[in-house]
Design a binder for this molecule. Structure first.
Ligand SMILES: [Zn+2]
Length: 464
């Protein structure tokens, strides 16, 4: 965020709007991305935490630990939807209190729409932002109540403007494409637009491109030239129905950018740039918005044409695939072709917890893996009788490959999910929520007693 200083020389101002990301706990990726732009010797002038969801405040405590921050604006409301949100919220809250920054906490003070913050020649205007949804917005479903208070900021420089919208909400439904009536945050912004303009050259689209945001009326009032969707490999975002609302409003498809290039999640996701069978690789689609002092605007990817092997994760198709950390991926039994994809993705070890005679086992799996240049370790764990000895061996192998890329599989990823839960919590400091997997969550309600006992093992019982 530049501003021309009075002497005519450049001075620098830095705004951080939201700090990602729910799966960031071992990757430090948001901090890494900020470090590419902001030297540690510089102060972050203004940090905006749009709302309490962990995909928006995940990296806040790390960033506050690494940088001096001048001013912070936050909703101040605790996230209560998931236990993990609360853990991350507490970490962010503690870091904010320790920072000594000027804090505008919307649960303690009202910051009215139209409030301006000046940094050099750049103006930031609060367009919407609450601790909880105002009563006039009426009864909202729980997800809307969490998301709709999001702090929305408009940045103005040299006659150009960028609208940063967090998870602002504008439509009732998550699964119905039509949005005839604008509600909640977007209605509030529309009603206020006479005094607090939302007209912007660039919009970072609300709520990752969900159809519960970006109502046609709201888009018409913003009238953007460029649209950026902050989306990843989840929930089939951005939705085609949401993107089409922008195209119908006159935005050129070539001026619609997203942070999930190549992603192929399913039929509802906007297909532009899709690569068949490809899952988005996080953090490889940085987008630059450049405004010159003359008011010229350029928007584009930092890396316009990434090589597909770097931007496309094909391992996603492995049965019950789950990326547990940046380095550890898990799944059910991969096919020979999928083992090749694992090798191509740079993995050094395949660790197998299935029995030799499991239904989908590959004969000679060890030889196939060796021929692909990876190491192979097999710890057969009988499904009826997992023991602390199996976990002990598992922990030792994982530790000896610590820092390298490891793929762990069994037959369907059940054994692995339970073992990984213990490993991540006992050895990697993960919370229960970070250490879980979708398969483990489905399994828990009807889990066998022997496996419940595995999930209760403590470190001294495993490492004795
Ligand atoms: Zn979000």
């Amino acid at each position: 965020m530049p501003g021309a200083g009075e002497s005519g020389e450049w001075d620098h101002h830095y705004l951080v709007y939201d700090t990602g990301r729910w799966e960031d706990w071992e990757r430090h990726a948001t901090l890494d991305a900020i470090e590419q732009v902001i030297p540690h010797s510089e102060e972050i002038d203004f940090m905006v935490l749009s709302h309490a969801d962990r995909d928006h405040i995940g990296g806040a405590s790390e960033i506050l630990g690494a940088y001096q921050v001048g001013k912070i604006i936050r909703p101040g409301k605790k996230a209560t939807a998931f236990q993990d949100d609360l853990v991350i919220w507490e970490a962010a809250d503690q870091a904010i209190r320790a920072e000594g920054a000027e804090v505008l906490d919307l649960s303690e003070q009202d910051v009215p729409a139209g409030t301006r913050f000046q940094f050099g020649e750049t103006t930031l205007t609060l367009v919407s932002g609450f601790s909880v949804p105002p009563e006039e917005w009426g009864e909202l479903q729980p997800a809307h109540s969490r998301n709709s208070p999001s702090i929305v900021i408009r940045l103005d420089f040299a006659g150009r403007s960028v609208l940063l919208t967090g998870d602002a909400i504008g439509c009732e439904h998550y699964e119905i494409d039509e949005c005839d009536q604008t509600i909640a945050s977007e209605k509030y912004m529309l009603d206020n637009a006479g005094s607090v303009s939302i007209k912007s050259d660039v919009i970072v689209a609300p709520h990752h491109g969900s159809i519960s945001s970006s109502s046609p009326e709201f888009i018409a009032s913003v009238a953007p030239e460029w649209v950026i969707f902050p989306s990843g490999h989840r929930y089939e975002l951005p939705r085609t129905a949401a993107v089409e609302r922008y195209i119908r409003a006159g935005v050129l498809p070539s001026r619609i950018l997203g942070t999930d290039r190549g992603d192929h999640e399913g039929p509802k996701e906007w297909p532009q740039g899709r690569i068949e069978g490809c899952a988005d690789v996080p953090f490889d689609d940085h987008i630059d918005i450049v405004i010159t002092t003359e008011g010229d605007l350029a928007v584009g990817y930092s890396q316009p044409n990434p090589p597909p092997e770097l931007s496309c994760n094909r391992m996603q198709d492995i049965l019950n695939f789950h990326q547990a950390t940046g380095n550890i991926a898990t799944g059910g039994q991969p096919t020979v072709e999928q083992l090749t994809e694992i090798a191509d993705a740079g993995y050094s070890l395949v660790l197998n917890l299935a029995m030799h005679d499991s239904d989908n086992a590959i004969p000679e799996e060890g030889n196939v893996i060796a021929s692909l240049g990876m190491s192979y370790v097999h710890i057969p764990v009988p499904f009826e009788a997992p023991t602390s000895r199996h976990l002990q061996r598992f922990f030792r192998v994982m530790e000896s490959f610590d820092g390298e890329k490891v793929f762990v599989h069994c037959a369907v990823n059940a054994r692995v999910s339970a073992f990984m839960h213990r490993y991540l919590m006992l050895k990697k400091g993960a919370t229960a929520g970070q250490a879980t997997s979708p398969l483990l969550e489905r399994w828990l309600p009807h889990m066998e007693e022997v496996w419940k006992a595995v999930l209760e093992l403590e470190l001294d019982e495993i490492e004795e």
